[in-house]
Design a protein around this ligand. Structure first.
Ligand SMILES: [Zn+2]
Length: 294
């Protein structure tokens, strides 16, 4: 096993075994204020550096993605890096910006990857969940995270999309995004760390963990992306992730008009309107396609 820094790309560390496959890539800190993933990948790296773990097969690449935003503890400096993983860029993108340049480096990392895991956290104390496209749901269901949101990929075009997970998918990887809980809660660090360890165990790159992985997760499919179109966007009622909304129920208002769901739905990943710019997505709506069996 060899541990080394990438010679060309800063803040990228590779742990390499004798066998080339599988190639696993984990990103922390694409959003610089989401520290749990950054702590988690550091802890994983120290496990290997300190000899607590060794890699039986394949390679593991760990990246601190948005280093400049991490340094100033902000989501991003100029551009939301998780909308920058694309091939075409509009005139609104500053090509001299750190985030543009950094994304080009990280795209090279994702091109050589079989499994990709992107670590995020949220400003609210939500339960952990995964976002994965249909081809990756079954594999990532083995990690013990109780909720999975799928179906984001079909919206990945135009102003929406450009996320690292779907870029990795397009490069042939099996990918997921982890939302590990609140930025401010230490348990989010543990969720992210445990998920990384589960991923490596499931792939038999490290010995299986003693604790068995829990039951199959509940799966929700996104059917609508809700964009903040006016500065006065406001939620109606309780703002919690996976909140059930009866068909016809009003979940928000903007420009003085109510926004209602067209069918029984779940409010997914509600972001703070004050942190969301006009024309950015503010929340999603989805339906349950696989309830949790209990
Ligand atoms: Zn994030």
């Amino acid at each position: 096993m060899l541990i080394s820094r990438d010679e060309e790309i800063q803040e990228v560390v590779r742990i390499v075994s004798e066998t080339p496959q599988p190639r696993v890539v984990i990103f922390g800190g694409i959003h610089g204020d989401e520290v749990s993933g950054i702590h988690a990948i550091e802890k994983v790296l120290f496990d290997f550096l300190g000899g607590k773990r060794s890699l039986a097969r394949g390679s593991l690449t760990l990246a601190r993605a948005n280093e400049e935003a991490i340094a100033v503890e902000r989501r991003y400096v100029k551009h939301n890096m998780n909308r920058m993983f694309r091939e075409d860029y509009g005139p609104e993108i500053d090509r001299t910006s750190y985030e543009y340049r950094r994304t080009q480096e990280l795209k090279r990392v994702l091109k050589e990857c079989d499994y990709f895991f992107d670590f995020h956290s949220a400003p609210t104390a939500d339960e952990p969940f995964l976002v994965a496209e249909q081809h990756a749901v079954e594999f990532f269901s083995k990690l013990g995270i109780s909720r999975v949101i799928t179906g984001w990929g079909k919206f990945s075009s135009g102003a929406i999309g450009g996320d690292a997970e779907n870029y990795a998918n397009a490069c042939g990887a099996i990918s997921a995004t982890l939302e590990s809980g609140s930025h401010f809660n230490k348990s989010s660090n543990d969720v992210a760390y445990r998920s990384a360890i589960s991923l490596l165990s499931v792939l038999e790159m490290i010995p299986a963990e003693e604790s068995p992985v829990s039951d199959e997760p509940a799966v929700f499919e996104m059917h609508t992306v809700v964009t903040k179109e006016f500065p006065d966007f406001k939620y109606a009622g309780e703002v919690t992730n996976f909140r059930f909304l009866k068909g016809g129920e009003v979940f928000a208002t903007q420009s003085g008009k109510p926004l209602a769901v067209s069918e029984d739905s779940y409010l997914l990943i509600p972001m703070k309107p004050s942190d969301t710019k006009v024309n950015e997505e503010v929340c999603y709506l989805g339906r349950s396609i696989k309830p949790k069996l209990s």
